[in-house]
Design a protein around this ligand. Sequence first.
Ligand code: BES
Ligand code: ZN
Ligand code: ZN
Length: 459
Amino acid sequence: MALVTDPSLAAKAIPLVVIHTNNYDAYLAHADARTRTWLSATEFRARPHTYALVPAADGGIAQVLVGVGDVGDVYALSHLPLVLPAGEYTVAMPRDSALGDFAAALSWGLGSYQFSRYRKPARAPANLLVTANDALMRAEKVLTATTLIRDLVNTPTEDMGPQHLADVARGLAAEFGATFHEWVGDDLLKHNFPAIHAVGRASHRPPRLIELTWGDEKHPRVALVGKGVCFDTGGLDIKGAEGMRNMKKDMGGGAHALGLARLIMALKLPVRLHMLVSAVENAIAGNAYRPGEVVATRKGLNIEIGNTDAEGRVVLSDALTLACESAPDIVIDFATLTGAARVALGPELPALFTNRDEWAGRLIDASHEQQDPLWRMPLWQNYNEMIKSGIADIVNTGGPQAGSVTAALFLEHFVPKEQAWIHLDLFAWNPKAKPGRPEGGEAQTLRAVLAMLEKQYGK
Ligand code: BES
Ligand code: ZN
Ligand code: ZN
C-alpha cells in the first residue's frame, strides 16, 4: 500500500509541505523570493487536491507543496501517489499539523490502490515514509479491508462466484482463528434455508450460505449479514443490457461483511462475531425460480415472487433469520439492494435503515467523524401495505414508489421486534474517479460502522 517505515530513507525522502488553502498567504510571506516567483509563475493556489513541485538549486525536487481544504481530510494526500515521480516522500513538520498520522497514511493508501489482477499497472505508486505507530497500524488495517472489498467487487463473476466468496471467508478463518462453516446446494434445503436455494439454484455454481464465527463467547454478540449475489441477471425478469452491465458488483454487501469481519478480527474487538453471507448467482435456466412462485423461508413466512430481480431481499431473509436466532446485541446487514436507493441518494450516499433510533444516532455520529457518509431513511410502517401479497404472507416487490423503503420493510419482517437491527443499502461502486476513490468497487460505511462498534464495545 505504498507506505514505508524504514527510517534510513528519511535523509533522501522529499518533504511534502501540507498547506491549507486559507493559510497559503501566510506561507508565501515566509517563502524565499525564488520559490514565490516559481509558485506564482506556475499559478499554484494551494487549492484542495493540487500540488506544486518546488525545484532545488541543483535542479532536483526540493519539496512538494500540497494544497488541502478541510482540516483532517481523509483524502488530503490521495491525489499524489500515482502522479508524483516514483520515490519516497514524507510529510514535513506540518505547517498545518491538523493532518494526523492516521489521515496521512489512510489518504495515501486509498490513493495508491490499483486493480491489478488482469493487467500490470502502468506504474507503481510513490511511497510515503511514515512512523511505525498505533495510528499507522490502524490505517494499514483499514486499508487492507478496503482493498479486500474493492478487489472482490472489481473481480468479474467467473473469478468471483459463490465458492470464491467462501474461499475468502475460509482464508480469514485460518488467519484469525475463526470458525468457518457453509451450507452448499441441497444442504441449504436440508438445513432449512429454502429462500437462498430458490434464488441460487439455476446457476451452474451452487448457492451457499457462508458463516464465520469468532471471538470470546462471553463478549457481546455482533452479527454481520451480506448480500452476496455474484451476478444479478435479474433472473427470468431479465435486466436490460445497461442494467446488467455492472451486476458483478451485486456481491458488494457480502464483500463488506467480509471486509468488516476482517477488520474486527485484526483489531481484536472484544465482541463475539457472527458473519453470514448469502452467496448465489441470480441466473437463468430451466430450473430458475419464476415470477408468481411462492418461496418458503426459514422464518416460516411464504414469499410471493412479484419479480425475480428483487432477489436480494429473498436471499437475505434466511440469513437474517439465522442471525437473529442467537439474539445478538446488534444485527447489521449490507446489500446492494435497490436501484431506488440510488435514485434517492445517488452513488455516494448509502441508505441507512434501522429499527432503533439510538443506533441511528451512533452510526450517524461515527459517519461524520470518519468522513464516511450515509443518510438515514425511514422504515415507514404504512408502506407495509405495498408488500402485502394476495396469496402468500408477503411479496418481494413494492411497486414503483419508495422502493428502498419497501425493500427495507420486507427485510424487517425477518427481524424480531425486540432485535436491534441496521440495514445499509449501498452502491459499493465509484462511477467516476475522485481522489482516493478510483472508478470501480468501493468500501462504503466500513470506517463508520467500525468506529461505531469500537465506541460501543471497545476495550
Ligand atoms: N441488485 C439490484 C439493485 C441494484 C441495481 C443495486 C443497480 C445497485 C445498482 C437488485 O437486485 C434489483 O434488481 N432490485 C430491483 C428491485 C425491483 C425489481 C423491485 C430494483 O431496484 O430495480
Ligand atoms: Zn435484482
Ligand atoms: Zn441484486
